[in-house]
Design a binder for this molecule. Structure first.
Ligand code: ADP
Ligand code: MG
Length: 725
């Protein structure tokens, strides 16, 4: 097949009328229509997930070599990064001890010679051969008096003539030369020119956003004349990716709203007011605003699907209770689901205290009222008690139930479930949330409020939670004493930390010591935290009452330890991250995090939020002698800021969005170019554009090609996954 195909200057499957090629057309063409893509090249391309011409055209360059920017070997300076173009003179590979390897490559240009040294990249031996032209990026360093570059970036350029040469990702490891990829892309583009590439986005919209046409953008991202071309091309293609995603999310959301039948709650009753007036404090402005946002949703006969973001301690519980009370006021029930027994129990105690004196309308009582009933349902609730609770739930005698995943088990039925609150969303599986929603036995679906204490920046939320409405508690209740955060690096600094713990305890306060999960296995977890516990008890914290909490304990044992700590019978609680979310002991003023470099920013912030809950000044100590690089930046960010949203931005900057997206968007692969971090304006612009398009054309009937693209690029699973959350 090689050769014969090359003669055909147009891509196959072309109709007589020959309209411009669409993404679907490219998707239908196997990449082996291109010359030179036979079985082995095809396999290598497949390993990069390139099997169609569409895959190839959306396999974007990782970067570009601007040939005008290069240096001569003789002009390289010690310690300065530079690019040289050179010829390979010799390649020498060597095994080092301990499974390590070294490849040493001599290169030269007209001005001089240079040695390149690669550690643990044995494939360089195959990649590089005498006589090749290479572009080398790296920093000159000196080893035993000789100049060299260690682990530079190398690209094979061969006989490229363009001024700006695209470099494709990972191509060398897949056994492909970046120049081969370039040749196939160029061929695909050349063979597309006769028909052109179709433009699915209305011209007016492109003009409004200052975007170039799609054909021009695809050409320019692969074969730019200048770096400016890359910039404008990228903008257009980023917009396309984000537009497709937002179209899908908004369409899904609107379809779900049309299909589902919810409860139009009466938000005029006085139960919520009585509750808020009974609190010992005024609501923050943010709480008021969010309670109103939620009430507006509850009043509509469409099921609510709202995410409540708020930093640790922002007061989400009050909002959740107000939502559940709105349901109760109208004779429905509220359910709050927490991820662990400890948290469910704590919520139960807290909510029951908040609602202690409230009564609800009861037509069958002489007084016309009865006390509001709150119940706890976890897998620890057994026997007669469980039977009683289940019967009361089914009969509607319980108004608010708080529990764990026990709430969604077989046999748990509600009389009329009106509002569901899911706490600490990231701990729950998608299926579990869907199951709880399905518990509305009546025809109408309950309203769902998902609470998370791991805020993400607004534009990221628009994408990650594009199908949810988002409410944000961006204001902490007044009078909080800020938490001082310290990073203890040396043994002496660590000793000071333990002295401070001892001093706090002497003043009647309590402390947490959190150890990381070393690996997934419970037994290892138990061992490492137990070791720390034993060491502290015997040594640094001798004489204090130290408790131990980890995942290996039974729920009853955990409960006992937590109760003892809450009562103040334990001074210092050594724990794994089981205490990460929600645990509320106002007398605890110190949080010590062992091996802090093993935690992410969000997790550290969550852990820190366990203290600073009372009037006393609190301290968080990060112990880590080892943190370097990004881990060190994370700890520094924690030391510098206590604002969850600021930290979320820092986190996004440090990690890229992969991890944030990873939580909800596994498998979604349409965001090739778009970055939620760099392309914030485009996220906002694309969301607005998508809403405008759909307002005028809800089913995309007049935008058929765009509709087809949305389906082509976004696999249904992804959107289903999003909608179920
Ligand atoms: P979150 O769940 O958002 O971390 P909580 O709902 O647990 O926060 O509230 C943290 C603490 O702040 C609780 O002790 C709560 O009673 C208190 N609180 C909530 N709202 C206010 C407010 N408006 N003013 C003062 N304290 C408040
Ligand atoms: Mg909470």
């Amino acid at each position: 097949m090689i050769g014969t195909e090359a003669a055909a200057e147009e891509l196959p499957h072309q109709a007589a009328a020959r309209p411009p090629l669409t993404m679907a057309d490219f998707g239908a063409m196997a990449v082996d229509v291109l010359s030179g893509v036979g079985r082995s090249r095809g396999k290598a391309l497949a390993s990069l997930e390139v099997t169609s011409v569409l895959d190839l055209l959306t396999y974007y360059p990782r970067r570009y070599i601007d040939r005008t920017n290069r240096a001569a070997i003789a002009d390289l300076e010690d310690g300065i990064e530079a690019m040289v173009m050179a010829r390979v003179d010799s390649v020498f590979a060597k095994k080092l001890q301990g499974n390590r390897s070294l490849v040493s490559v001599a290169v030269s240009d007209d001005s001089g010679r240079l040695r390149l040294v690669f550690f643990n990249q044995p494939w360089r031996d195959r990649q590089l051969a005498e006589g090749q032209e290479v572009v080398v990026f790296g920093k000159l360093d000196r080893y035993r008096g000789q100049y060299q570059m260690t682990n530079p970036v190398v690209d094979l350029v061969g006989d490229e003539t363009g001024r700006i040469v695209p470099v494709y990702p990972q191509s060398a490891k897949a056994g492909l030369q970046t120049r081969e990829v370039r040749r196939w892309v160029e061929e695909a583009l050349r063979r597309s020119r006769a028909r052109g590439i179709s433009e699915p986005v209305p011209q007016a919209l492109l003009a409004q956003h200052g975007l170039i046409g799609r054909h021009q953008a695809i050409e320019a991202i692969h074969c730019p004349e200048t770096m400016d071309d890359v910039f404008t091309a990228r903008n257009r293609l980023v917009f396309d990716e984000l537009l497709r995603l937002q179209l899908k999310l908004i369409m899904r959301k609107r379809a779900a709203e049309r299909a589902a039948f919810g409860i139009g709650h009466d938000t005029g009753g006085e139960l919520v007011d009585r509750f808020t007036n009974s609190l010992g404090f005024p609501l923050t402005g943010a709480q008021q605003r969010v309670i109103e946002e939620v009430a507006a949703d509850l009043a509509r006969p469409v099921p609510m699907h709202r995410l409540l973001q708020g930093d640790v301690g922002a007061g989400k519980t009050v909002v959740a209770v107000a939502a559940m009370l709105t349901a109760v006021q109208g004779g429905h029930q509220g359910a709050l689901m927490a991820p662990t027994e400890v948290l469910a129990t704590q919520h139960y105690l807290g909510v029951r205290a908040l609602l202690a004196d409230l009564s609800v309308p009861a037509a069958d009582r002489l007084s016309g009222e009865r006390p509001l009933q709150v119940a706890l349902l976890t897998n620890q609730v057994l026997g007669a008690e469980r039977t009683r609770i289940q019967a009361s739930l089914a009969a509607g005698d319980i108004d608010i139930v708080i529990g764990t995943h026990a709430l969604i088990q077989e046999g748990v039925e509600f009389s009329s479930l009106g509002v569901v609150v899911v706490d600490e969303q990231h701990r729950f599986g998608v299926e579990q949330r869907a199951a709880l929603r399905a518990k509305g036995a009546q025809a109408a679906s309950p309203d769902v409020l998902v609470m998370t204490a791991t805020p993400i920046p607004r534009t990221a939320a628009m994408t990650v939670y594009g199908d949810l409405d988002v409410s944000t508690l961006d204001e902490l209740p007044p009078g909080r004493t800020p938490i001082a955060t310290r990073w203890a690096r040396t043994a002496a600094e660590e000793a000071e930390v333990w002295d401070q713990v001892t001093a706090e305890v002497a003043q009647g306060r309590q402390a947490y010591v959190v150890c990381p999960l070393i690996d997934e296995s419970d037994s290892v977890e138990a061992r490492s935290v137990t070791e720390t516990f034993e060491r502290l008890q015997a040594d640094e914290l001798a004489g204090l009452r130290v408790g131990l909490l980890h995942g290996r304990l039974t729920p009853a044992e955990k409960q006992t330890v937590m109760d003892l700590f809450r009562q103040g019978s334990i001074d210092v609680l050594v724990a794994t991250t089981v205490i990460e979310v929600g645990v509320d002991v106002p007398n605890a003023t110190m949080m010590v995090i062992v091996d802090a470099h093993r935690f992410g920013i969000a997790q550290l912030h969550q852990l820190r939020g366990r203290v600073g809950r009372g009037a006393q000044e609190s301290t968080c100590c990060l112990l880590s002698a080892e943190a370097v690089g990004i881990a060190a930046e994370r700890l520094r960010a924690l030391v510098e800021s206590t604002d969850g949203f600021e930290l979320a931005e820092a986190d996004l900057d440090l990690r890229g969005e992969g991890t944030i997206l990873g939580e909800r968007q596994k498998g979604r692969n349409d965001l090739q170019l778009a970055s939620l971090r760099r392309d914030k304006e485009w996220v906002v612009g694309a969301r607005r554009a998508a809403a405008e398009i759909l307002d005028a054309d809800p089913g995309l009937a007049d935008h058929a090609e765009l509709a087809a693209e949305v389906e082509l690029f976004l696999v249904d699973d992804d959107a289903d996954y999003l909608m179920k959350s």
